[in-house]
Design a protein around this ligand. Structure first.
Ligand code: NAP
Length: 286
């Protein structure tokens, strides 16, 4: 239910720190969530440079901000300023959500779990026992590989343009499930086993919309093909996969659900996901 909001001296404050930040859709999404649930809160975007990060984090405590999201380029650097880091964020090596618990700053990473919640709710997939092919080994891949392992994926192949990064990530994820690092030229040997293929690379993202993260010849109709990119909403990789008869899953849900988890950590209230999605879709269409 939508309710009227008034900012007053009880308003609880939230925000996002990043550089650049003016493109961020987190403020419209989270403010819509507060409005929908009738929480007296406000969420703003802060342009925080690398040099200003330490002061900005200390400001969370001194100004009594209840929660902060952290985005590019601060997700790794921010960790040194926090009092506690959740196990998942430690393994991933990055934080995107800070909870201020009475002056104690706790860091979480909601990207990977947000992705998995979106994948399960939008496709109905059961991840237990599945074999997954992850394309890419960057920051987003780390969170997703960890979340998929925690969901019980039986084997995760990680293939990256720079093979060493894939092997290094497979070493970390190997503590949670079977994980194998590969180069992009080794896909033919493993792709037949994979049920889920996830593009975590930036190949295909605006403005390089004609790029593919792997050769489309290897895709089959039994694959569920997922792409983290949501600009464009449906990438060329997903269009090609769909034309081959494969099921597809786009990246917008990951953005919505990483914000939904942050909202839930901060407020203890279930996130109004439908309203959050509606306002982001509307903003992307403008
Ligand atoms: P990142 O840390 O910079 O990693 C980029 C990855 O893409 C690396 O594995 C890189 O390989 C690979 N790559 C880049 N260009 C490539 C190309 N032309 N061909 C093959 N591989 C290529 O970036 P990130 O933060 O992980 O983000 C990756 C993507 O996920 C971006 O498109 C981003 O928009 C998307 N994302 C979406 C959400 C969401 O909410 N939906 C959240 C986070 C990220 P090398 O190691 O060889 O350089």
């Amino acid at each position: 239910m939508e309710s009227k909001r008034t900012l007053d001296s009880h308003t609880i404050l939230y925000g996002v720190f990043g550089d650049p930040i003016r493109h961020s859709r987190s403020p419209i999404m989270l403010n819509r969530a507060f409005q929908e649930t009738g929480v007296n809160a406000a969420y703003a975007a802060f342009h925080v440079t690398q040099q200003g990060l330490g002061d900005a984090i200390r400001g969370i405590r001194s100004l009594g901000y209840r929660g902060i999201n952290v985005t590019i380029p601060h997700k790794v650097e921010v960790m040194q300023y926090l009092d506690e880091i959740d196990e998942g964020a430690q393994v991933i090596g990055a934080v995107n959500t800070i909870v201020n618990d009475a002056g104690r700053l706790i860091g979480y990473n909601t990207d990977g779990i947000g992705y998995v919640r979106s994948l399960k709710e939008e496709t109905g997939i059961e991840l237990q026992g599945k074999t997954v092919l992850l394309l890419g080994a960057g920051g987003a891949a780390r969170g997703i590989a960890y979340a998929l392992a925690k969901e019980g994926a039986a084997c995760i192949y990680i293939a990256n343009r720079t093979k060493e990064r894939a092997v290094e990530l497979a070493g970390t994820i190997g503590g949670f499930t079977k994980a194998i690092g590969l180069g992009l030229d080794e896909l033919e040997q493993v792709i037949g086993d994979a049920e889920l293929i996830v593009n975590t690379t930036s190949a295909g993202m605006h403005p390089n919309v004609d790029e593919l993260p792997m050769s489309a010849d290897l895709l089959r109709s039994h694959h569920l093909v997922s792409d983290l990119i949501y600009n464009p909403r449906i990438t060329k990789f997903l269009r090609v996969a769909e034309a081959l008869g494969a099921r597809i899953h786009g990246g917008l849900g990951m953005f919505i659900y990483q914000g939904a988890y942050a909202f839930e950590y901060w407020t203890g209230t279930p996130a109004p996901v439908g309203a959050m999605r509606q306002v982001v879709e509307q903003s992307l269409a403008e």
